[in-house]
Design a protein around this ligand. Structure first.
Ligand code: PGA
Length: 237
């Protein structure tokens, strides 16, 4: 198994036709390693069927903090596990920005993933204002409270500066290695830390070669089978 991870985040994109064609092509790409594809809830079942017996495993982009009960509209970690999911992205910056996701709520969602045997990928990161004001580190340190004390083998952190997401601007090698080192120093040297923000086939090898980078979280480029497969093939084994 490769140590590095490649996880795709489809966000609010997809249709039955698109899932069939993109994941169908990926299923034929003979990929190997730690690969996740996080599609919208309605397509998890279909994605799981298409990817059956291949290396890529399915994942969700959010989960309820509750196990069951009168919580209309929610999807629980047990339901995701029941569908064969492995990964769950928690507290993506778009959820923090548009849906009021807090670090406290994220901690509960992470725990519900662990209870259900799922592998949470907890997103942390600074925005433009925080970076410009010299508050990037303190922002990330505060967000890390959600995973303090958890066993490092059971989850990953994704460092995703909001200004690098969907912008075409990646963080510099120095910014990435400094933040990954800080996260490992705050949690444990064994913590798996992925980088996310404008990762594509053209820059994946470079980013995956930065010390402290244990994988990548990929947004836009995950919608193309060709791009995503090329990123998977750029991992260090
Ligand atoms: P991007 O998104 O690769 O399109 O920048 C990354 C993410 O939001 O996880």
């Amino acid at each position: 198994m490769s140590k590095q991870f490649v996880v795709g985040n489809w966000k609010l994109h997809g249709s039955v036709a698109q899932i069939n064609s993109v994941l169908g092509e990926l299923a034929k790409s003979a990929l190997d390693g730690n690969i996740g594809i996080c599609v919208p809830f309605p397509y998890l079942s279909l994605a799981g069927k298409i990817l059956e017996d291949t290396a890529p495993q399915t994942g969700a982009q959010d989960v309820s903090e509750h196990r069951s009960g009168a919580y209309t509209g929610e999807v629980s970690a047990d339901m995701l596990a029941d569908l064969g999911c492995k990964f769950v992205i928690i507290a993506h910056s778009e959820r923090r920005q548009h849906f009021g996701e807090t670090t406290e709520k994220a901690a509960k969602k992470i725990q519900s993933c662990l209870d259900a045997g799922l592998f949470p990928i907890y997103c942390v990161g600074d925005n433009t204002e925080q970076r410009e004001n010299g508050q990037a580190e303190e922002t990330v340190i505060a967000q890390l409270q959600a995973v303090k004390g958890l066993p490092p083998a059971r989850f990953a952190i994704a460092y995703e500066p909001a200004w690098a997401i969907g912008s075409g601007v990646t963080a510099t090698d120095e910014q990435i290695s400094a933040m990954h080192a800080l996260i490992k120093a705050e949690l444990s040297s064994d913590t798996i830390v992925l980088y996310g923000g404008s990762v594509k086939a053209a820059n994946a090898s470079q980013i995956l070669s930065i010390p402290g980078v244990d994988g990548v979280l990929v947004g836009g480029a995950a919608l193309s089978a060709q791009e995503f497969a090329a990123i998977c093939k750029a991992v260090r084994w």
